[in-house]
Design a protein around this ligand. Structure first.
Ligand SMILES: *[C@@H]1O[C@H](CO)[C@@H](O)[C@H](O)[C@H]1NC(C)=O
Ligand SMILES: *[C@@H]1O[C@H](CO)[C@@H](O)[C@H](O)[C@H]1NC(C)=O
Ligand SMILES: *[C@@H]1O[C@H](CO)[C@@H](O)[C@H](O)[C@H]1NC(C)=O
Ligand SMILES: *[C@@H]1O[C@H](CO)[C@@H](O)[C@H](O)[C@H]1NC(C)=O
Ligand SMILES: *[C@@H]1O[C@H](CO)[C@@H](O)[C@H](O)[C@H]1NC(C)=O
Ligand SMILES: *[C@@H]1O[C@H](CO)[C@@H](O)[C@H](O)[C@H]1NC(C)=O
Ligand SMILES: *[C@@H]1O[C@H](CO)[C@@H](O)[C@H](O)[C@H]1NC(C)=O
Length: 310
């Protein structure tokens, strides 16, 4: 800086710098508070939801009058401050999930993970259909029971649905047809251990974004549509422990994405196709305890399979 700046000019400069500094710190504060302050109705819904259960360790950060966007397990939209994500997975909630739960007031949720909580075998509430913006729903192992309500299938934005349960969930016959019609954006579907007790409809091959399909131990019957095995995006398919389900392996094309194919303890039969050699990404293959005939094709030798049980 030039040495001959007058004192006046100097102090003007200093004052301007101070002023700018104040303005910018004020703006900073203002912007960050409007970005993150959660809406009071959503904060109240969360606090009420918490009070519906016996909770051990989530409580500390969940206090009224603090910004709920900063609480454990909460994600808010950056600009609107609306609660769009709730992740309370892993065993902290104990008690029934009622249809009157304030959870169903959180209408902006896109991502909801309540996996591995203990909802004490309460009935699967029908009110999930209120959460129309949901893209990911995870209720894995959360001790819900009874029939999964069909109106869950109105959540057409779902890309990931995990209903795997070790409890007593079941569905009725129309459920899977409607699922294949409505949930066209699904990339992950895990219904392992759900009592399905029917066959997989052909419409399942219309789920053109599917990457993961887990139907382990669902008491499936009938013939598994082999077109499902040819969905180009499919990476993992698990069909084991469905001893009443018949099926055949199709001719696999090149450009198939399959990484994992497990079909243990089913009634699949026929030849193991030579085209298995086209599954260049395959690393887990389990075809054990089936009715396959003939030889293991030599084309399998080209694959880098890490687990092969036949
Ligand atoms: C949180 O605090 C506000 C303002 O004091 C109050 O109106 C509201 O009822 C409280 N919510 C809960 C769930 O206690
Ligand atoms: C869970 O269910 C059992 C049996 O119905 C009941 O005795 C118990 O009080 C329930 N627990 C809670 C926290 O609701
Ligand atoms: C559901 O949540 C559990 C526990 O966090 C996790 O292990 C599982 O991978 C999740 N499922 C999906 C489909 O992301
Ligand atoms: C599964 O569902 C079928 C058909 O609804 C029923 O007959 C069967 O008893 C159920 N299995 C169990 C273990 O609840
Ligand atoms: C399996 O499904 C059949 C109907 O297809 C039903 O009769 C049977 O009870 C089911 N078994 C179990 C263990 O749910
Ligand atoms: C495999 O994919 C590549 C590029 O995506 C494409 O050029 C090729 O034609 C495909 N091959 C087959 C057999 O579909
Ligand atoms: C791969 O699939 C094509 C048909 O798309 C087939 O002609 C070819 O024989 C298959 N390759 C192997 C190794 O099976």
């Amino acid at each position: 800086m030039k040495a001959f700046l007058s004192n006046q000019k100097m102090s003007f400069l200093l004052r301007s710098i101070c002023f700018l500094f104040l303005i910018s710190s004020f703006l900073n504060k203002f912007v960050s508070s409007t970005q993150h302050l959660c809406h009071s109705d959503q904060r109240d819904a969360l606090l009420e939801f918490k009070s519906e259960f016996l909770i051990e360790s989530y409580a500390p950060s969940w206090v009224n009058k603090s910004d709920c966007c900063s609480w454990d397990g909460i994600t808010c939209a950056a600009t609107s401050g609306k609660v769009i994500g709730l992740d309370l997975s892993d065993g902290l909630l104990y008690g029934p999930l009622k249809s009157s739960s304030s959870l169903f007031r959180l209408r902006d949720l896109r991502d909801l993970n309540l996996a591995r909580n203990n909802f004490n075998d309460s009935q699967f509430p029908a009110e999930f259909d209120k959460l129309m913006r949901l893209e990911r729903l995870n209720l894995s192992g959360s001790s819900l029971s009874g029939q999964i309500p069909i109106n869950l299938l109105q959540l057409t934005k779902l890309v990931s649905l995990d209903l795997s349960s070790y409890d007593s969930l079941s569905i009725d016959e129309s459920f899977l047809h409607l699922l294949a019609q409505n949930l066209r954006n699904l990339r992950e579907l895990d219904m392992s251990y759900v009592n399905i007790s029917s066959e997989i409809p052909h419409e399942f091959s219309n789920l053109r974004s599917l990457r993961l399909l887990d139907l382990t131990n669902c008491n499936l019957s009938g013939e598994f549509p082999s077109s499902v095995l040819l969905i180009p995006s499919l990476e993992s398919i698990r069909l084991s422990y469905n001893s009443n389900m018949r099926g055949n392996l199709p001719v696999f094309r090149e450009n198939n994405s399959l990484v994992e194919l497990t079909v243990m303890f089913t009634a699949f039969s026929g030849k193991i196709p030579f085209s298995l050699g086209n599954l260049s990404h395959l690393s887990i293959l389990d075809l054990s305890r089936n009715n396959f005939v003939g030889e293991i094709p030599s084309s399998i030798g080209n694959l880098g399979i890490i687990l092969l049980l036949i």
